[in-house]
Design a protein around this ligand. Structure first.
Ligand code: 13P
Ligand code: SF4
Length: 390
């Protein structure tokens, strides 16, 4: 019972685990239970906690960055400055080595829009999950270093089976993608034999093998509109599914209960307050946000759709309802504009796991390779192809 704010808690199975693992999450130190300011990435106050090997997800920061007790003491200012100077030097060396290895190994580096700015800047391509996988398939390089989360690297593998796909941090998962299993999809099929099963791209490759169509947040409404069945099982994100339902009232959409803990941080009041404090601003929200947030936004847009919206808009201020790193990407389009995160910056911790040394390590050791059984590759591509053809 350690997650004080249950609404920010990821869905099953994490919630179940959090409740059972009292010892482990005593200090709410795990990445998932909560995001009190002192436990956010980059915070300077860390607290001791129990045995991190208990973390079933393998995502706990304490595995990598052991306890750093610390303080906001002024004595630390000089030390931090020196550390920053050293780090900068190291970063430039790492960047140089990455470029050399990339060339030597004929590799391409791609990064999702939610990656750390340094990773976005290093990448050959940045974009949304499916767009990147498609881009990777078009490139001639033999190795794809996918800076993102696991389902994205799996999608890249499905689209480029002959290439080596590397995920620098193999435990960078997406709790939305992981909240539904292939067996659950089978159960939906039994319960709704006449329905088309539509899976968001944020699903594992195994789940995709069970879907009729794959969709992205950018095309979900259009694809479902074109499906010639009235009844549609939409999984796993309930907010994206509700958005589809709202836009296609003639369809009968059956929703799975999944949701993204990052996008659930944006609340209706945040939009109301943003409109008051920046009446001139345009508010953009990702369709994984709550329906009441989407209702009030000026634009409901996937990460790839936010880019042309901002580029072509006459507005000078934008309030962004998605993961905070998207602002780094958008600033490149409109350096003249001001950007704010809706209600305060929200972080996807899995997306922030990949650091420069991880990319270097991944290229050096060619790890961690994402592999999939041939059967999974052959079946998982079908809903993706159907989406493209529809
Ligand atoms: P996009 O497909 O819009 O990039 O979104 C991916 C994602 O993980 C959203 O949380
Ligand atoms: Fe998954 Fe949400 Fe992170 Fe996107 S932001 S990768 S949906 S956890």
């Amino acid at each position: 019972m350690y997650c004080r704010d249950r609404t920010t808690c990821p869905p099953e199975p994490w919630r179940r685990w959090i409740v059972l693992s009292n010892d482990f999450c005593r200090e709410q130190a795990c990445l998932f239970p909560t995001q009190t300011p002192e436990h956010r990435v980059g915070a300077t106050r860390w607290v001791a906690q129990g045995d991190s090997t208990n973390c079933p997800y393998g995502n706990c920061r304490f595995k990598e960055r052991l306890v750093r007790r610390s303080s906001s003491s002024r004595d630390m200012v000089g030390v931090n400055k020196e550390r920053r100077r050293k780090k900068k030097m190291e970063d430039s060396e790492i960047l140089k080595k990455i470029q050399e290895l990339k060339k030597a190994k004929n590799a391409v580096i791609i990064a999702h829009n939610y990656q750390l700015p340094v990773i976005q800047d290093l990448a050959d391509f940045t974009g949304d999950s499916l767009g990147l996988s498609r881009k990777a398939a078009e490139t001639k390089e033999d190795i794809i270093v996918f800076c993102g989360v696991k389902f994205m690297a799996e999608t890249a593998k499905v689209l480029s089976p002959s290439k080596k796909v590397l995920l620098p941090k193999i435990n960078a998962g997406c709790e939305l993608a992981d909240c539904i299993t292939a067996d659950e999809v089978d159960e939906y099929r039994k319960k709704y034999p006449d329905a088309a099963v539509v899976g968001y791209v944020n699903t594992t490759a195994e789940v995709k093998t069970k879907c009729d169509y794959c969709v992205t947040s950018a095309n979900a409404v259009d694809i479902v509109r074109k499906i010639d069945k009235k009844q549609v099982v939409f999984l796993p994100d309930r907010n994206l599914g509700s958005w589809v339902k709202k836009n296609l009232p003639d369809k009968e959409i059956i929703l799975h209960g999944g949701r993204c803990y990052v996008h659930h941080k944006f609340k209706k009041e945040d939009v109301v307050n943003a409109k008051k404090s920046h009446p001139e601003a345009k508010i953009l929200a990702h369709p994984e946000c709550f329906p009441e947030v989407l209702e009030l936004a000026d634009s409901v847009a996937s990460t790839s759709q936010m880019i042309p919206y901002v580029r072509d808009s006459k507005a000078k201020v934008f309030i962004i309802g998605t993961e905070e790193a998207m602002i780094h990407r958008l600033k490149k389009e409109r350096p003249d504009a001001q950007f704010y995160s809706l209600g305060g910056a929200q972080t996807c911790y899995s997306m922030k796991m990949t650091r420069l040394p991880d990319v270097l390590n991944s290229l050096e050791k060619e790890e961690t390779e994402v592999t999939l059984p041939q059967e999974v590759i052959e079946k998982a591509i079908i809903p993706i192809q159907r989406m493209v053809e529809l």
